[in-house]
Write a protein that binds this ligand. Structure first.
Ligand SMILES: Nc1nc2c(ncn2[C@@H]2O[C@H](COP(=O)(O)OP(=O)(O)OP(=O)(O)O)[C@@H](O)[C@H]2O)c(=O)[nH]1
Ligand SMILES: [Mg+2]
Length: 374
């Protein structure tokens, strides 16, 4: 008979009425609870084994979703060692990048960007294309996590096997967030995504930042008149290659058409974002799917146009160089303002500047001389 093990606190000579005994633990992949697994638990709570550069590269090229996600996580890391590791991976992926149609999408909160992406992305997937959805959300520092690229607003698309949705990296400067999104875009391209959609709300410089990383830039508008009413920043229309008035459904159809015709007139007077391409204006209903195929057709016409006149390559080359220089600028600024000696000098100089005891120019000279002497 199997020996009965008793707990330590068992009284001497327990009678037959004492039923407590000790059962051996289970040496298995679960902890006795249904639907849980120690193995799975270990995978989420303990750091997974690091992948080698080769494993990252091979996994991305093999379109392995798990490795694509892990590579993006690596790319999004802020730690110096991981940044270096990410660069090794990116360098090897670089020859496989660049083939996607890169589309930026902006518009006020509530204009329907996510709903549009849901409809447009699903349409493209049905055409057999692979679609990656990324976002740049400078406000996510405040909101923690991301409102953009929100999978709940793209339910249908997030379930599509041809789609990959990655929310905005959070935290850090806009430049830092943009670097991560750009590099994520490269990872997605290497993984064979044909179209990359980058969503952003027009906060601060985020629109210009996205314009600088895409081929085509789309502004989503609401039915209603004029820039003033829509609260659109003056520059938003100028940097767009097309404006779409969304929510052209139900009672809004006429209003949307009117808005579109007003913008159509307005864009005659502005410098187009892409030389030789007159900014297109149309209406869509993201919810009903109206205007979605037309939008893709228009983007195809545009891509053919910029590829045939050389503007495509020119812009991409310029974007790469500008990206490098903007990173240099950002790093230099960061290095300067985070320097402890400079910080101390600034604290001392500010009141002197305000009292008029020091001139701005001499303050600059003092700071820079000090910085470069170190
Ligand atoms: N009637 C109608 N409503 C729409 C349409 N597209 C979006 N909406 C609604 O508008 C609201 C905002 O849509 P979102 O797609 O979340 O807008 P967004 O621009 O992504 O918003 P943020 O991510 O917050 O900047 C939602 O309630 C949508 O259901 C449309 O074509 N027609
Ligand atoms: Mg959204």
């Amino acid at each position: 008979m199997k020996e009965i093990k008793r707990p330590e606190w068992t009284p001497d000579n327990p009678g037959a009425g004492f039923t407590t005994n000790v059962m051996d633990g289970i040496e298995a992949s679960h902890d006795g609870m249904t639907h849980t697994s120690l193995k799975q638990h270990a995978a989420t709570s303990v750091k997974r084994a690091k992948l080698t550069t080769e494993e990252h590269v091979a996994g991305v090229l093999a379109k392995d979703l798990n490795i694509i996600s892990r590579t993006i996580t690596l790319v999004e890391s802020n730690s110096k060692t991981y940044i270096e590791a990410a660069q090794q991976v990116l360098k090897k992926l670089l020859p496989y990048t660049g083939k996607a149609v890169r589309i930026g999408i902006t518009g006020l909160p509530g204009a329907g960007k996510s709903t549009f992406i849901e409809a447009f992305g699903s349409y493209l997937c049905n055409l057999g294309l692979k679609v990656a959805v990324l976002a740049i959300d400078p406000s996510s520092q405040l909101t923690k996590g991301s409102i953009l690229g929100d999978k709940t607003r793209m339910e249908m698309l997030s379930r599509n096997k041809n789609a990959f949705i990655r929310p905005s990296p959070s935290g850090g400067t806009l430049g830092g967030v943009a670097r991560k999104t750009r590099e994520t875009m490269l990872v997605c391209e290497a993984a064979g995504y044909d179209v990359v959609l980058v969503e952003t709300v027009g906060i601060g410089q985020s629109e210009t930042t996205v314009r600088e990383m895409v081929d085509f830039f789309l502004l989503v508008l609401l039915p209603g008149a004029g820039d003033e009413l829509q609260g659109i920043k003056k520059g938003s229309v100028e940097i767009a290659d097309a404006l779409i008035v969304n929510k052209a459904d139900g009672d809004n159809v006429q209003k949307a058409e009117l808005t579109a015709s007003q913008y159509r007139m307005a864009v005659h007077y502005i410098q187009p974002s892409t030389e030789g391409w007159e900014t297109k204006v149309g209406t869509v209903s993201a919810i009903k799917g109206n205007g979605i195929p037309e939008t893709w057709q228009m983007i195809n016409d545009y891509m053919n146009f910029i590829k045939s006149n050389g503007f495509y390559k020119q812009r991409r080359d310029r974007q790469t160089l500008n990206w490098v220089y903007s990173m240099v600028e950002e790093q230099l600024l960061l290095h300067f303002y985070e320097d402890p000696a400079i910080k101390e000098m600034i604290t001392k100089l500010e009141p002197e500047l305000i009292k008029g005891e020091v001139t701005p120019t001499s303050a600059v000279t003092t700071l820079l001389d000090n910085y470069f002497e170190e």
